[in-house]
Ligand binder design. Structure first.
Ligand SMILES: [Zn+2]
Length: 414
């Protein structure tokens, strides 16, 4: 593997990098290798287990709680009772295959079960108490939030560089989301640089995810982009240094329509093909000849006739977003691949070419090369910061930019 041009991997708070892990691990091992030390009362899921046995397993295919408990000798009466207490608290059908469970039992000859604990996800656990009192309780684990940062010069791809410096893969997709409108991530080149300040969530010292990115710096060709997270009216968004939203908004709809005649759906009855199939678009019923507008600025990538789509146009708005307009009566003159279009520009006219029963526009919305429901996709308005909140934003912006600036670029010796 190529040595990455790591510029800096600076840590604002404790452990993450190799050296801090090295500092932490021996401590644990020291404790474990000193069995003569008087053991402290052991706590597991908040339960004292120093005089109990613990058996850990994973849910197998089609395995039910009662089947597991029967295996461990729990009586049918108790199984019935626990099923009663779990009603409205935890759906026992959600014991998903592969998820971890722990059985805490007495150290008697029967290994009498006191608790069955199920961990449906990283953030919670469910205690089924089978001892003297029978109950079901769902607990949330304590999540710690730690601010971290990374900074690097890209040596191959953004993704590879980020992984090489130990960034979680999810951080890359979040970074791309923040700057989706500013940077064409398909045209990243060696020498582009990025810095990210983000909040990592962890449970008992184990990272479980990324809460949010707080600030981004991105150097692409000779341009510098900033993304500062700020929430206005409880809506989070990313802004540039002047308080303008980084997201460019799309038109609400690509035409003046009469009604939405078919929504995006994983499964619908196709009126022409007479069978059920996915409908990955939104149909707007409108009169033949109604002008169709591009919902945002972009570049035409397709403009042609297809057997099913009829006359259609596809527009790429950014490396993240594309839109497609089907069944046109005709494509507007001059709309062909490579042509730049403005938001609201007419690109064609409503028709029923291709596989269509009547005049309508089938509008398809693509995010990261996947079709999504335009009526549901999260596209907050790109309003600038409200003047009332501007001072507060400027304060937060200065704080984040100062931190980003402190992440200095260090080029390692080759
Ligand atoms: Zn359609």
């Amino acid at each position: 593997m190529k040595v990455p041009h790591i510029i800096s991997l600076s840590l604002l708070v404790l452990f993450h990098a190799c050296d801090s892990v090295v500092k932490q691990v021996p401590k644990k091992e020291t404790i474990e290798s000193l069995p003569q030390e008087a053991p402290k009362p052991k706590l597991l899921f908040g339960l004292t287990v120093d005089s109990s046995g613990v058996i850990v397993g994973k849910i197998k295919r089609n395995q039910t709680l009662s089947a597991i408990l029967q295996n461990f000798g729990v009586s049918d009466a108790k199984i019935y009772a626990i099923a009663q207490t779990s009603k409205n608290i935890y759906d026992l059908r959600k014991l998903n295959i592969g998820k971890k469970y722990s059985i805490i039992h007495k150290m008697d000859s029967n290994k009498t079960v006191d608790y069955f604990i199920f961990e449906p996800d990283l953030k919670s656990f469910v205690v089924f108490s089978l001892g003297d009192s029978i109950y079901t309780r769902v607990y949330r684990k304590k999540i710690d939030v730690i601010e971290r940062s990374i900074a690097a010069e890209i040596h191959s791809s953004l993704y590879e560089t980020a992984i090489d410096i130990g960034a979680p893969p999810l951080l890359v997709s979040k970074l791309v989301d923040v700057l989706a409108w500013q940077v064409d991530f398909f045209r990243i080149q060696e020498g582009d640089k990025f810095k990210v300040i983000y909040e990592e969530e962890s449970i008992e010292g184990k990272p479980i995810g990324i809460k949010q990115i707080k600030g981004v710096y991105f150097e692409h060709f000779d341009k510098i982009f900033y993304g500062i997270r700020y929430s206005v009216d409880q809506k989070e968004d990313y802004f540039d240094r002047d308080g303008n939203s980084l997201r460019k908004t799309f038109l609400r709809a690509p035409l003046n329509y009469r009604r939405i005649s078919s929504r995006y759906s994983g499964r619908r009855y196709h009126p022409v093909q007479k069978r059920y199939k996915a409908h990955l678009g939104t149909d707007y019923a409108a009169a033949t000849g109604t002008p169709i507008h591009s919902v945002g600025e972009g570049v035409v990538v397709e403009a042609k006739y297809g057997r099913y789509n009829g006359n259609y146009v596809k527009i790429k708005h950014s490396s993240t977003y594309s839109t497609q307009y089907l069944h046109m009566q005709k494509i507007k003159r001059g709309i062909r691949p490579g042509v730049q279009v403005e938001q609201g520009q007419t690109i064609g006219f409503v028709g029923s070419t291709g596989l269509a029963t009547g005049p309508h526009l089938c509008f398809r919305f693509w995010k990261n090369n996947k079709q999504v429901d335009v009526l549901k996709v999260d596209l907050p308005p790109s309003d600038p910061i409200n003047p009332k909140a501007l001072n507060d934003f400027l304060h937060e912006k200065n704080r984040v930019i100062k931190k980003l600036e402190q992440l200095s670029f260090i080029v390692p010796q080759a």
